[in-house]
Write a protein of this length. Structure first.
Lengths: 139, 365
């Protein structure tokens, strides 16, 4: 009986030590593999206003993802996430129709990101921007 | 829970039978000692080298323009990248050291003798392969140390008569060490040699299972059924101790001791695998002073320097290696106790002292 108790105690100790060793080895490996948290999260991006003509769109990388800046025909500036809300493809700008088309499954979005048609469940996310002294600051 | 899973598996694939045959019913000599666990330690080291190597490949770029930067990135930017790389670099040194210890114990206990000649030959080949994988991995960081150590190492092949210069060019992928060398060395290091080593480990273990484990020539009275070269028979140990749980515990104890030493080097002596030249990117136009190979090549390096002709130096080394590789076919007496083989023991000790002396000389010269 005493031996049984001792054996169980030792078993628990070995299991505990093994678990500690597994965590000690697993944590560095997890951190090594994990993507950097908040990659470019707080960064702002400045684009000269002159780079964009009316009716045009400019795609760029922002906060580790794809984004797009458009200047509507009425001169309004809008920055949106370029990631389709359906399955994560990158939307394309159709200049003639002044709207976004997702080539993967035909999702359509207006210049303010609203869903016009197709399977996307949500509008494109808006990104704040400010215009000062001829520069557009995104984020 | 575990017992239910075991029963579930046993009903389907007969796990119990395998456990009985390979673990609890696998009997080892009663006088088995700690040195027999070095093989298991080596298996763990090899597994760790493979895992850390795979992890390093995630960030490492095998391109001459980017390799050094990618290694610096791993060391300084990637979380715990320094740990993974140090484990890989220190592990490669430890693998050679433990392999040498494993071979020395085999040598002193006479375990290489019949019927285990092939175990020795495959083990000896593994030593050469491990040295090869260490040498090819040395170039990967593309530092001054990697570049010039590889230049010196590959250059020694030029002493081979007739084909020497072509052999050097073939090894390097060009007249000098350069981007093509990195490509072929990386392929050898990360794809070819690990597979070949794994295959040889498989063969080594297969031979061990077929011949049966040798009994030490000393300690408690042996249990081995004697080997007679009449017909094949498995050299079992009736009345011996079971592999599981008895010897597994010894294996785990040795592995723990190994980890204590290994982690002590990783954390308290992280500069062990590096010299200052390891932190400078490779410059093909600037040879640094005093480039030395790794410690386990120092004796070979010094031997090449002692002899007036490189060919002679290489030939002496080749002869010594061939002698060692074919030792079981040369030393055929059945006596295995080292103290009952005074000439052999003297030669082994003299050989070890010579190797240490050459290595120290090589280091200091």
């Amino acid at each position: 009986m005493e031996n049984e108790g001792r054996r169980k105690f030792l078993g628990v100790c070995v299991a505990g030590a093994t678990a500690c060793a597994a965590v000690a080895a697993g944590y560095p490996v997890f951190r090594y593999l994990a993507p950097k948290s908040g990659q470019g999260g707080g960064a702002k991006l400045v684009i000269p206003a002159g780079e964009l003509k009316e009716g045009d769109a400019k795609f760029f990388e922002f906060a580790g993802s794809s984004a797009v800046l458009i200047k509507t025909k009425s001169g309004e500036l809008v920055a949106l996430s370029a990631v389709c809300t359906h399955l994560g493809c990158i939307v394309q700008w159709v200049k003639e129709k002044q709207q976004f088309l997702c080539p993967c499954h035909g999702g359509q979005f207006s210049t303010d990101g609203t869903v016009l048609g197709g399977p996307p469940p949500r509008p494109l996310a808006k990104i704040p921007l400010t215009v000062t002294e001829g520069n557009i600051t995104i984020g | 829970m575990l017992k239910r899973l075991y029963r579930w598996l046993d009903l389907r694939i007969g796990v119990g039978e395998i456990v009985e045959k390979e673990l609890t019913g696998y009997l080892l000599p009663r006088n088995i000692n700690e040195w027999y666990s070095l093989g298991s330690v080596l298996l763990v080291i090899f597994a760790l080298q493979v895992i850390t190597g795979m992890l390093l490949m995630i960030y490492y770029v095998p391109d001459a323009d980017k390799a050094f930067k990618s290694v610096t990135f791993i060391m300084n930017e990637v979380p715990f990248g320094w740990l993974i790389r140090l484990c890989h670099a220190v592990g490669s040194n430890m693998m050679v050291a433990v392999l040498i210890l494993h071979m020395l114990s085999t040598l002193l206990m006479g375990s290489y003798k019949a019927p285990r000649e092939l175990n020795w030959v495959t083990g000896f080949t593994l030593l050469a392969l491990v040295q090869g994988i260490s040498l090819t991995g040395y170039l990967a960081p593309w530092s001054q140390l990697s570049f010039w150590a590889t230049t010196v190492a590959t250059n020694s092949a030029s002493a081979v008569p007739l084909v020497g210069p072509y052999l050097v060019e073939f090894l390097r992928g060009g007249k000098l060490v350069g981007p093509p060398t990195l490509g072929r060395f990386f392929a050898l290091h990360a794809a070819v040699l690990p597979v070949v080593i794994a295959a040889f480990i498989g063969a080594h273990l297969f031979l061990l299972k077929r011949t049966g484990i040798s009994a030490p020539p000393f300690g408690r009275e042996g249990t081995a059924t004697p080997f007679e070269a009449q017909q094949y028979h498995y050299q079992g140990h009736p009345g011996g101790i079971p592999f599981f749980p008895n010897y597994v515990l010894q294996d785990l104890a040795s592995i723990s001791v190994y980890f204590a030493v290994f982690l002590a080097v990783v954390f308290f002596w992280p500069g062990m695998p590096f010299t200052p030249d390891a932190f400078v990117p490779a410059d093909p136009f600037k040879t640094p002073a005093h480039i030395k190979p790794e410690w386990y090549f120092l004796a070979n390096y010094q031997t090449l320097k002692i002899f007036p002709s490189e060919l002679l130096g290489l030939s002496v080394q080749a002869a010594a290696m061939t002698f060692l590789a074919l030792l079981p076919f040369i030393d055929r007496s059945p006596e295995r106790h080292p103290l009952k083989r005074p000439l052999f023991l003297t030669l082994v000790i003299a050989g070890i002292l010579l190797w240490i002396a050459l290595s120290v000389w090589g280091h200091l010269s």
